[in-house]
Design a protein around this ligand. Sequence first.
Ligand SMILES: *[C@@H]1O[C@H](CO)[C@@H](O)[C@H](O)[C@H]1NC(C)=O
Length: 392
Amino acid sequence: MRVRLLFILVVATVFLLDFAQCQKKEKEEPRPAAEKRQKKKAKPPGAKTAKPVVKKTKATPSRPRPDPPLPSPPVLTQVLERGKFQKVGDSLTVQAGDTLELRCKGKPVEWAFPDYLEEEDEGRLRVIQHSKYSSLVLVNSTGADTGEYICYPMYCEDSDCRREYDRAAKTFIFFSDPQELFVPSAEYYEVVQLRTNRPATLPCQVTSPDAMVTLHREFPPEEVKVDGVEISFNLKKGFTIHRPKAHHAGSLFCMASYRDLRQISTKYMLIYVNYPVAPPSPTIRASLHSVHAGQNLQVTCTVLGESEVVIDFTWEYPGQKIGRPPYTQDSTWTLRSGGQTRQQSETVLMVDGVRAVDQGTYTCTASNLAGSTSVSTTVTVLPERTARSRHH
Ligand SMILES: *[C@@H]1O[C@H](CO)[C@@H](O)[C@H](O)[C@H]1NC(C)=O
């Protein structure tokens, strides 16, 4: 019973979130709540863990920078014991508990690391800029430090510096912990939206690249087939469902096995959202284009489209200026034709006892999750009919 109620609540929340996100023109994938909490600062797109670069606005417009061929990214090296160095590749594995020391050539440079470490306040992480390189030192590492570590060379004009994103040196570091196969999550479960129009990710992150990871459904309990096409797995990202369908919805979790240890990840609540392929295409029709004062007018706005897609209507009309109360009749029904199910949504704006102020343009805006479209029509108001013309 409890679980069911919770599920309903979650669904309702997701829909609300969804509308909010739509308004924000959906910038990024949904991220775990723990990370969201830390996103106080606006972060540049494509650099999730990046710190914002403060760019001072100058009075004089800055000249476009000439485009010399880009120098290669700086070299990342790992400092090993006894003063040995090792060039760092695409990924690196460090035993949890050990100290990580990375060097990045250049001055100045900036580092980015998992969000979790930005909040680190135990003094485990230190960054020191030397004259020719910058060093990042992380002591008493844990599996939770697993993630991408990036060194950005800085481009400076006077004291005005910004990151050169296209020259960043990146590496993914696993802090392998034989006791914790998954990077710990603060949440008991995470909600993942399945939208018809984009891939969904279950970000179960392992701490060791040697862990075997499988995907499981809670009810009915079964292992989910990962064929690399419909669903694929990436050690640094987790599982991706490429074209989400309604049947993928439910409660899922990842399982990692390493040697004789098996652990499960946080649970992922997958919720399916039927995402429209396009914004609606409304049509508008006034019951009369020329209406005599005193008569009633109806303006109808209709959308014929995909079923199970919510359409929101808003109106702009001349009577708004004098505060005519909005008075509409909305309806939605399903049409079946030729094996196809379509949905017709309609709103009728009722203007009773037309007055001169009601003359003008009537605009209806229809919106769904994919966008909105407006259509207009104009109405002319004629003088009130005389008794003679009425009997004509
Ligand atoms: C690292 O761990 C050691 C041993 O537990 C402890 O004494 C030390 O204070 C820790 N250092 C930091 C910076 O947390």
